[in-house]
Design a protein around this ligand. Structure first.
Ligand SMILES: Cc1cc2nc3c(=O)[nH]c(=O)nc-3n(C[C@H](O)[C@H](O)[C@H](O)COP(=O)(O)O)c2cc1C
Length: 204
């Protein structure tokens, strides 16, 4: 499928064929595309919990205002973003030094910057949500290109998910994404505002 068709045909799907599995091979293919997403300083703050076990999906549904598609999809993915990417910075700097795109001075600046914004908890939350949301969008487009459907979700209680799934404090629960095979033709797509409504030229 051409990229523009992937974008045009992706829908938020809430009706899934229950009992149809998403395999480990499909997940590997999916996340090999997701990892190519851009991120601030290339710090790749995203991590994912794939929930396929029926009991766990039930527990996740309870944290998501009882939305049935959380349980009925083949998998629901908890999309996480760390607010402390500093442990990754050293390895990323070493890679860039090897590739000739960073020197020792720039490395020191880079490590200091990452450390300082990781300490600013309010900023780090916004920062991780930005980059991780881009990875979530890649996931939804990649899934569509593989013949799978998704639904992004913000209707959940983050504290409940953190407690139920053992997620450390420093992670933001950015989104849930259901993943599976749609069981019904989708209703007509809700309207979109057009070019004239959303695009400003040169100034607001
Ligand atoms: C950040 C975000 C949160 C959303 N939360 C939910 C949700 O909790 N439950 C749900 O069923 N759909 C949710 N949606 C899906 C939207 O309702 C859907 O994207 C929108 O109506 C447009 O439909 P479409 O994606 O099929 O084009 C969410 C979408 C986004 C981007």
């Amino acid at each position: 499928m051409e990229f523009k068709d992937v974008v045009k045909n992706r829908r938020s799907v809430r009706d899934y064929e229950t009992g149809k599995e998403v395999t480990d091979e499909q997940l590997k293919e999916l996340f090999d595309i997701v990892k190519m997403s851009p991120s601030g300083y290339n710090l790749q703050p995203w991590e994912f919990i794939v929930v396929r076990n029926p009991e766990n999906k039930k527990r996740l549904r309870a944290c998501a205002y009882d939305q049935a598609h959380v349980e009925e999809a083949s998998a629901t993915i908890i999309v996480l973003g760390t607010t402390d990417p500093s442990p990754k910075a050293e390895e990323l700097a070493a890679d860039r030094i090897k590739k000739g795109t960073m020197d020792d001075t720039k490395k020191k600046e880079f490590l200091a910057t990452v450390e300082s914004f990781s300490k600013d908890k309010n900023y780090a939350k916004i920062w991780t949500n930005r980059s991780t949301s881009l990875a979530a969008m890649t996931l939804m487009h990649a899934a569509k290109s593989m013949g799978l459907s998704t639904c992004p979700m913000e209707g959940f209680k983050a504290d409940c998910i953190k407690e139920e799934f053992g997620i450390p404090e420093k992670y933001e629960v950015v989104m849930l994404i259901t993943l599976g095979y749609e069981s019904k033709q989708q209703p007509e797509r809700p309207m979109r505002f057009g070019y004239e409504d959303i695009v400003h030229q040169e100034k607001f």
